[in-house]
Design a protein around this ligand. Structure first.
Ligand SMILES: C[S@@+](CC[C@H](N)C(=O)[O-])C[C@H]1O[C@@H](n2cnc3c(N)ncnc32)[C@H](O)[C@@H]1O
Length: 285
């Protein structure tokens, strides 16, 4: 299923490739930089496989817990929200200042995501939006998340906690030089030191990781290490498509295992298959 929120850096257009390049066997799936949860929510349920959604943004983790545990209360709190600049500004401000219930915080945050321009959480979108049309998605996500552990940790603590040889970590950190898009992730935001900290945690783990990044010399340098595979991927640039229809965006997929192993493991492929036809993007891989 698709996520119940749009999110900057959401991976819906890369899902088929993430699925194709995931390891063929594992029994713990950890979405380290969960964001919209697109990757977690889109996975077919794999019996016996533990699933963890994590994001350091506490508002996001709280929203996830409320969707999983109290969807009816969340929907009730959203039913009479107005699509107006005044209400939007009030919700944004209240999130910063007011101490309140988990449900009210989740409702304000959901409103701000849905009513902000490009889901960037900053300015009012001034677009028609039917809040009630989101409720079926929230209910579906509630059912899908029933057995998903929701965490609100910095990646390093999380990786240390869940690392085992049977763990598969999918990591989608803030891209290098675009870190400023993300709020509520600690005083300094995501810095160069954090990219290095992430590299150190990933290169010393027992489990497997698949990492997505923008294609840039700093990132290529960080992961130029023995046993690490780096695959460049090119796709149409959604943001600039309106002005330049052929504009491409280059990303990297980086792993500490053979990314072709799923393709070789023909018996496993049905468990976590992908349908390329669902996606309208063009990839060069
Ligand atoms: C590129 S987005 C992830 C997008 C996600 N894969 C999706 O499909 O929506 C990066 C996420 O990392 C989170 N984040 C930033 N710093 C973090 C940290 N130190 N530990 C864990 N998560 C962090 C941000 O809040 C943001 O949601």
């Amino acid at each position: 299923m698709k996520s119940f929120i749009p999110w900057v850096g959401g991976k819906s257009k890369l899902l088929w490739l993430i699925r194709k390049l995931s390891p063929s066997r594992y029994s713990r799936f950890i979405d380290v930089f969960g964001g919209s949860g697109t990757v977690t929510l889109s996975r077919p349920i794999q019996p016996g496989c533990m699933e963890v959604y994590n994001d350091f943004n506490g508002l996001l983790a709280n929203l996830y817990r409320c969707v999983r545990d109290k969807p009816d209360l969340l929907i009730n709190a959203l039913k009479y929200v107005l699509n107006s600049r005044e209400d939007f500004d009030r919700a944004r401000l209240a999130l910063r200042r007011k101490r309140t219930t988990d449900i009210q915080r989740a409702a304000w945050f959901y409103q701000v995501i849905r009513q902000s321009y490009a889901a960037a959480l900053t300015s009012f979108a001034s677009q028609p939006h039917d809040m009630w049309s989101n409720f079926p998605l929230i209910e579906q996500a509630h059912r899908r998340l029933a057995d998903v552990v929701v965490e609100n940790q910095d990646f390093q603590t999380l990786i240390r906690h869940y690392d085992r040889p049977v763990t598969f970590f999918y990591c989608d950190p803030p891209y290098h030089a675009t870190e400023g898009y993300y709020q509520n992730i600690g005083e300094d935001g995501f810095t160069e030191r954090d990219h290095i900290r992430l590299r150190d945690a990933l290169l010393s783990m027992e489990g497997k990781f698949l990492l997505s990044y923008n294609d840039d010399a700093f990132i290529r340098g960080l992961y130029d290490a023995p046993g690490i595979q780096i695959e460049p991927v090119t796709r149409l640039n959604n943001i600039r498509q309106r002005y330049d229809p052929n504009c491409q965006f280059s990303e990297l997929l980086i792993a500490n295992y053979d990314m072709a192993e799923r393709a070789h493991a023909t018996t496993q492929i049905n468990l976590f298959d992908f349908q390329k036809g669902e996606f309208d993007e063009t990839y060069v891989f």
